[in-house]
Design a protein around this ligand. Structure first.
Ligand SMILES: Cc1cc2nc3c(=O)[nH]c(=O)nc-3n(C[C@H](O)[C@H](O)[C@H](O)COP(=O)(O)OP(=O)(O)OC[C@H]3O[C@@H](n4cnc5c(N)ncnc54)[C@H](O)[C@@H]3O)c2cc1C
Length: 487
């Protein structure tokens, strides 16, 4: 599998890499040991660092650095820049676009040892932390203090907050709390030449000049190393209820979304859809019982509500469900509150574990796209038709309806160039025609960077390249990711 994909993604710009950069030497490694100490410099067993989450790309890095402090990051970057040695920043390595692994043999800087939570203000809900803390650890930490993180994603047990910022992660709470561009208040960044850019702030309001921190949110490790973050956490509402309902058509699903937005808006924190094929990936591949006792349906909606007043919320929910059933918009369903934590987590997991379930098929072709709601699901059917004569095992759609964000996934036993060529560039042309986005959440990384022009005009891409050249003139930070090749 790797060889086929490496041929497609991994080698095409090798000549640029060879020309621009110097090769790693034993002296470089000894300098890194001087700066970081022996235990923070790895040269053996690097397979997991070199391989992306989807196993689509394998880099050839021979060196992993694990700094403990911002000062060490700064010293490392100054050295690498001076010596023209390229590197890639890696956090939880859950990137779904191979953004966190080396393109070729870049040095890997792992942020996993920068895991100090620095402060939490229980009055304002502002968390200040180093960037290497696992999202689940932060969630647990703020939960204990009456707050939640403003975002939540299926990879929360492995991804780190620095990686979340670098990818501007969206996820399940986006509909309620918006993007990290809104909730992040400050960042500390080490620039490619080792200079420290201290943009740490705990102020929600600050209109003094360009808001430079925004540049680093979603920059996919191409502009600087995020070392600290301050973030506004919302209050934890005392009760949560999750509902999963079966729906007969996508049109009905949109009607349900409208009804719930109108009638339960003050409670709504998540509104997700999945089709029967996505549900089957969890039930069959992960050997789970069907959430609705085997009553299969073309679509499912999972939505979550939260409130301090549980009684009122559940009364309103029961009324809305009754009205939806009267109109025959939902055929079956169940809901459970977090008083019954085990069942609550289990019901949520049917949506959260889809990516994991799909991987059991073998290889997943993952597309994380934005499309207007009126054509949101159409592409799944178009793709089913297009791939029916190939070795594709499954075409499914699931995602964040409230954010017009569809996860369109295809699977096959092993990576198949025929399937890939049927999907791309057809899919990107389709998205461009409908003025959607070719990457709503996961970013571009190594797998999608060359398609940026389907979502951004030439002038914007040119400006992005100018910014990259200004901040990283030697192009040592995550080269060949996010942007099309830079000369
Ligand atoms: C099961 C699963 C579910 C997912 N669900 C969602 C979802 O709902 N929404 C969503 O948006 N994404 C989702 N993702 C994608 C992925 O988890 C996110 O993109 C996540 O934010 C990446 O975090 P990470 O710590 O793993 O970063 P990594 O994968 O290690 O890195 C991602 C990118 O950020 C850069 N980077 C990492 N750390 C830093 C840093 N400190 N400074 C500068 N650059 C850095 C890397 O170079 C790379 O380009 C999911 C992934 C999986 C596997």
């Amino acid at each position: 599998m790797w060889s086929a994909i490496t041929a497609k993604y991994g080698r095409q710009w090798t000549s640029t890499v060879v020309k621009r950069y110097r090769s790693l030497t034993a002296y470089d490694i000894s300098r890194m040991r001087d700066l970081l100490g022996d235990t923070n410099v790895k040269t053996d067993d690097l397979d997991s660092f070199n391989t992306d989450w989807l196993h689509t790309h394998k880099g050839r890095s021979q060196l992993v650095l694990e700094p403990n402090t911002t000062r060490q990051v700064s010293q490392v970057m100054a050295y690498l820049n001076d010596q023209s040695l390229p590197c890639v920043i890696q956090s939880g390595n859950t990137s779904l676009v191979a953004g966190s692994v080396p393109f070729d043999d870049e040095i890997i800087i792992s942020m996993a040892k920068m895991r100090q939570i620095i402060s939490f203000d229980e009055t304002s809900g502002i968390l200040v932390t180093e960037s290497g803390v696992v999202l689940q650890t932060l969630e647990d930490y703020v939960n204990e203090r009456g707050y939640i993180m403003p975002y939540d994603l299926g990879a929360k047990g492995s991804c780190l907050i620095g990686g979340n910022l670098a990818t501007n992660a969206g996820g399940l709470r986006f509909i309620r709390y918006g993007s990290l561009h809104g909730s992040v208040l400050g960042v500390e960044v080490v620039l490619p030449d080792g200079r420290l850019l201290d943009l740490m702030s705990c102020m929600r309001k600050d209109n003094t000049g360009y808001d430079l921190k925004q540049l680093f949110i979603g920059s996919e490790g191409t502009l600087g190393v995020i070392t600290k973050v301050s973030i506004q956490c919302p209050l934890k509402l005392r009760h949560q209820t999750v509902a999963l309902v079966a729906v007969n058509s996508f049109d009905d699903l949109l009607k349900i979304y409208h009804k719930i937005r109108c009638d339960l808006t003050e409670y709504l924190t998540t509104f997700e859809m999945m089709d029967d094929i996505a549900m089957d990936a969890v039930v069959t591949n992960l050997k789970q019982t069907h959430p609705l006792n085997g009553n299969s349906s073309p679509f499912y909606v999972m939505f979550k509500l939260a409130a301090n007043d549980c009684e009122h919320m559940e009364k309103r929910l029961a009324q809305v469900i009754e009205q939806l059933m009267d109109k025959q918009l939902i055929s079956d369903g169940t809901y459970v509150s977090d008083d019954n934590l085990q069942r609550f987590q289990k019901l949520k997991s049917y949506r959260e574990r889809i990516a994991e379930g799909l991987l059991v098929d073998g290889y997943s072709y993952k597309y994380d796209i934005s499309l207007p709601l009126n054509v949101f699901y159409e592409i799944v059917n178009v793709m089913k038709d297009r791939l029916k004569t190939t070795k594709c095992l499954r075409v499914c759609g699931y995602g964040h309806i409230g954010d017009s964000n569809l996860h369109l996934n295809m699977t096959s036993k092993v990576f198949d160039t025929d399937i890939k060529s049927q999907i791309e560039p057809f899919l990107y042309e389709y998205i461009a025609k409908h003025k959607g986005s070719i990457s709503a959440e996961h970013g571009l990384g190594l797998m999608k960077n060359r398609y940026l022009s389907y979502s951004k005009p030439a002038e914007a891409i040119s400006m992005m390249k100018d910014i990259k050249r200004l901040i990283d003139p030697k192009n040592i930070l995550n080269p060949n990711k996010m942007l099309p090749p830079i000369n």
